[in-house]
Every structure is written in C-alpha cells, then in structure tokens.
Design a protein around this ligand. Structure first.
Ligand code: ADP
Length: 245
C-alpha cells in the first residue's frame, strides 16, 4: 500500500477536523431564496456553498428533444471560477458533464416525469464554494428546490458520501480525505423505499467495506432528510407535526 504523507486519522480515532468516523459536517438548507426561479434552495454543507434554481416544467426546447411519454430533467452542475483554490476554468468539462448526467438521472427517478409529456424541467446547480461532496450536496439541495417549485415527486432524494481513509470507513469525506484517502463513495437514495438513485465509487474497497459505507450513509440520510424537511417548513412557516397520519 502506498504510504500516505498526511495522517488523516489520529491516535484517538478522530479525523483532521475533529470528527468521529460517522459524524457529518454541519448542514444548513434554505428553500425559496431566489425570486425569479420557479423554485430554489441554498445549501451549506461543511465548506460547500451551493445555490440551486429550478425552472419548469415547461415545453421542452428544442422540439426534437421532447419525449411524448414524459418530461426530461436537465440538471446542469457548474462550478464558479472562484469555487476552488486555483481558479477553475469556466465552462463544462468532463467532470461537470458527468455530474450533471448522474444528477439528472437521480432526479428523474424521483420526479413524476410521466405527468409532463413533452416538457422539460431545468435544474441549475451553481457551486459557489467547493469542499468535497458537491455532487451530493447539490443533489440534496436540488430536490428541495424542486419541492419549492411544486414539482410532484415520489420522494425527496437525499444522499451522503462515505469512504476509506487511513484504512477506516468514514462518513462525509472532507476535502483532505477526498484528496488523500483510499476511496470515495457517493450514494443518494429515496428514503421511503430505500431505492438507490445515485451510486458511484472512486477507489477500491472490499465488499464488507462497501456495506459499511452504505450502512453509514443510510443512517445519515435520516438526519439530512429532516434538514431538507425543515427548510421547506421554514419557508412556509409551518410547524412540523411529524410524519404522522
Ligand atoms: P465531489 O465534489 O462530488 O466530491 P469530486 O470527488 O470530483 O466531486 O471532487 C472533490 C473535490 O475536489 C470538489 O468538491 C472540489 O473541492 C475539488 N475539485 C473538483 N474539481 C476541481 C477543480 N477543477 N479544481 C480544483 N478543485 C477541484
């Protein structure tokens, strides 16, 4: 195994930022903060700062892109030039195209696209500050923005990453852990059914480690779902009376 120059986990089993293995970074979500979009959300997750604006459903353009059976979901993930340490060259690259694609697919699974033939739903995800885990943070905010826009969904999508760092499985990788760790696994689900709508893996883990990552992520999504829910309730100033009836 290649030696890590940076020690990411100390003798007390704490990570560089003081977190334990299964501890999330702080997450804050606000719904409905852009006046001109049909729906919007802003998320701060660790050092990530991401704004999402939703337009639609509206007639898909160009016409040949229309599907007579369902709406098409066009998510566009974009990183601002100032979102990373060294200025990011503006415009799409392979990474942003890949992330846009996996987010579009994840959202298509949750949105009732069959209700809107020939339509498109645009989801603009603008990363203002990146700090690892942006695809999941963007997706988690996008589903809140869609709910804010009143787009019907089977369930809100929620996700988290886990990965292998200094031989340990840990939740919600930081930038250093993402850069110098052994593996990074982002997963998003629809919590009502547990259906996985996004799953990727960068690096190598054993089957057992993969199940550990999934367990940690599934557990964490309960907390993150609650934060999503509170963001929507706050916008409409509704008291949360629980899942109930
Ligand atoms: P994710 O943000 O979903 O974890 P990656 O694993 O590809 O996606 O990226 C990890 C982190 O690396 C990003 O959150 C960001 O902080 C950083 N990063 C990504 N692309 C660039 C880039 N072009 N320049 C500098 N840093 C980048």
């Amino acid at each position: 195994m290649e030696a890590n120059k940076i020690k990411l986990i100390n003798e007390d089993n704490l990570r560089l930022d003081g977190r334990s293995f299964n501890e999330l970074r702080p997450i804050k979500i606000q719904a409905g903060i852009l006046n001109r979009a049909d729906g919007s959300a802003y998320i701060e997750w660790g050092g990530n700062k991401i704004m999402v604006g939703v337009y639609g459903p509206k007639e898909a353009y160009p016409k040949h892109s229309q599907d007579i059976d369902h709406a098409i979901v066009k998510a566009r993930y974009n990183m601002a030039a100032f979102s990373v340490d060294e200025r990011k060259r503006p415009g799409p690259d392979r990474r942003t195209m890949e992330i846009s694609k996996v987010i579009s697919e994840a959202l298509s699974s949750s949105i009732m696209i069959e209700q809107f033939p020939r339509a498109e739903i645009d989801v603009y995800i603008e990363v203002l500050q990146a700090d690892a885990g942006t695809r999941i943070a963007g997706l988690t905010a996008a589903t809140v923005a869609l709910a804010d826009a009143g787009v019907p969904m089977r369930d809100m999508v929620v996700g988290c990453t886990a990965g292998k760092v200094d031989g340990h499985m840990v939740l919600d990788l930081s930038k250093e852990e993402d850069n110098y760790g052994e593996a990074d696994i982002p997963i998003a689900i629809m919590p009502k059914t547990g259906e996985i709508v996004l799953m990727q893996m960068d690096g190598d883990v054993t089957e057992d480690e993969l199940y550990q990552a999934m367990d940690m992520i599934f557990e964490a999504t309960k907390r993150i779902s609650q934060i999503q829910r509170e963001a929507l309730l706050n916008k409409y100033k509704i008291q949360d009376i629980g899942e109930g009836e």
